[in-house]
Ligand binder design. Sequence first.
Ligand SMILES: [Zn+2]
Length: 170
Amino acid sequence: MCEPAEDLYAVLGASPSDSLQQLRHRYQQLARQNHPDRLVGQSPSEAAAALQTFLQVDAAWRILSDGASRRRYDLQRRAQELKQDWPEDSTLRLEDLTWDPGECLYTHCCRCGGVFRVSQEEVEEEVEEEEQQLPEERQRGGVVVCCDSCSLSVYVTWLSHSRHFRDSPA
Ligand SMILES: [Zn+2]
């Protein structure tokens, strides 16, 4: 299975800033309107379209109703958006960052003089989530990191199966 192509918020007619209650409300409305039980008497093509919508709405709600999976989806979505209009040099490989053993942080200097910081904890959390996914759903891992003094952000990536940072970060 590949990345869900559609925007899950758009599927629910909702916005990423909506609360869980608002999302639930949208979900219940759409699920009711398109529920298979209500399709009796409709033409086959209407019924098929409604069923398709029902399944999409249900799948979107499953992901967005759970705090952890919503957070993961939001990050993916954000990373996706950023990657689309990012210059190539805004993507960094984790192994190119400088390891700070005192703080357990990877750092990289921003051109403004500020610093991008990625904690080892953040990377490990992300890797653990990746490991819970099926191998065919795994993608190259990565996190979006903001500069601590300007508005620039970079996308820091690593190879999903590379564990170098756990052993002896360079
Ligand atoms: Zn900066």
